[in-house]
Design a binder for this molecule. Structure first.
Ligand SMILES: *Cc1c(COP(=O)(O)O)cnc(C)c1O
Length: 386
């Protein structure tokens, strides 16, 4: 029985041709051709002035915080349920991450919890487009605007999603993307920062190149910076991917549609939500399972026995050893009831771009079987003896 992987990209002749051309020709005078083309195509798709190719989304978030001048003594609000890369750069710059609760429907930052977490030290909020979904940006922008708080949009999981017709990544002062092999668009590893803000863009360009000023040819570094670049081979792969983004998002939505056919009528479970204002690119199909199944770890194990790979919904950051000792995490554990309820029972189902309809049928049957197994404890014990 073929194992069904949890995620992975779509690579075609186009990607192979571009990367082959890059490794053959993108040297000497042509060294930057693919980075320029990828950045221009990415900026054009998103309707923004600037796109900067980077080694990762983590570095894009790091540069966003640095360019906004955020540092020691500042607080940055982050949703409790997200990949740690959303929050780790806050620590890199010496600021303090504050973990706000998520919304029970879209699983993204709750505007109410965001407002409740604001203090005089709050300088920015990192809004995360979780699993392709998007938070209520109208509400977030209103709260942030009143207090002079910058919105950074972590769109790592949401390339191709839209909020009120606006592309994911364009709802903050900067938008950040990941091209890790698991994401909707991939360059193997890689990232992008997009912005319409000229000052932020200029600052990012200096910081990402060891503190070199624009046009510096004499290696006269103006300050100590970082080395955050993407190779031309990765950029060639990325160019092919952004040229195919509409087809890739359409496929993600088709895969979600298959899951809805398989699981949409099951009682007691919840699949990804799509609000009226949102066009969801469904990076990861996710199911929240009933409490009686006993939590996500057992579900993942049971699926694995049937040759199906899955992943846990992000556990709240405030529950992780990485943060558990911080006073902010202690406060979050008491406050973020939705993060703890959803985080305990959510599982990401196989969502790779190579999935076939029959794979989703297999996953659907496995989940339905699990849900049908609710029997009294005595009967379960007896059955295991037979
Ligand atoms: C994948 C991911 C990142 C990090 O991306 P890298 O390119 O691995 O640095 C950041 N935020 C979220 C929400 C992600 O899913």
């Amino acid at each position: 029985m073929k194992r069904i992987p949890v995620s992975g990209p779509s690579i075609t002749e186009k990607e192979i041709a571009y990367v082959t051309d890059a490794v053959t020709n993108a040297w000497y005078a042509n060294a930057n051709v693919y980075n320029d083309r990828f950045e221009r195509a990415f900026a054009e798709y998103h309707g923004v002035r600037h796109a900067v190719s980077l080694p990762s989304c983590t570095s894009a978030l790091h540069l966003s915080l640095l360019a906004l001048g955020i540092g020691p003594g500042d607080e940055v609000i982050v949703p409790d349920c997200t990949w740690i890369a959303s929050a780790a750069p806050v620590s890199y710059v010496g600021a303090t991450p504050v973990f706000a609760d998520i919304d029970p429907d879209n699983w993204c930052l709750s505007p109410q919890s965001f407002a409740a977490c604001i203090t005089p030290r709050t300088k920015a909020v990192i809004a995360v487009d979780l699993y392709g979904n998007m938070p209520d940006y109208a509400a977030l922008a209103e709260i942030a605007g009143q207090r002079g708080i910058a919105i950074i949009e972590d769109a790592a999981e949401a390339a191709g999603s839209r909020y009120c017709g606006r592309a994911a990544g364009t709802l903050g002062v900067t938008g950040t993307f990941s091209f890790h092999g698991s994401k909707t668009l991939t360059t193997g590893e890689g990232g992008m920062l997009i912005t319409d803000d000229e000052a932020i863009y200029r600052r990012v360009m200096v910081l990402r190149d060891h503190g070199r000023r624009p046009g510096d040819t004499m290696f006269q570094n103006a300050e100590v910076g970082y080395k955050y670049k993407m190779s031309s081979l990765q950029a060639a792969l990325g160019l092919a991917q952004i040229e195919r983004i509409d087809a890739l998002v359409e496929r993600k939505r088709e895969i979600f549609g298959w899951y809805r056919e398989e699981l949409g009528n099951c009682e007691g479970i919840v699949l990804n939500h799509e609000a009226q204002a949102v066009h969801n690119s469904y990076w990861m199909v996710t199911v929240i399972l009933p409490e009686w199944l006993g939590g996500k770890a057992g579900v993942i194990q049971a699926l694995s026995k049937q040759g199906i790979d899955s992943r846990p919904f992000f556990s709240p950051l405030s529950s992780l050893d990485a943060y558990s000792a911080s006073p902010m995490a202690r406060a979050a554990r008491a406050r973020n009831t939705v993060s703890y309820a959803v985080g305990a029972h959510g599982v990401n189902l196989p969502s790779g771009l190579n999935l076939e309809r029959a794979d989703v049928a297999r996953v659907g049957a496995a989940v339905r079987e699990m849900l049908s197994e609710r029997v009294p404890a005595v009967a379960t014990a007896h059955a295991s003896l037979v």
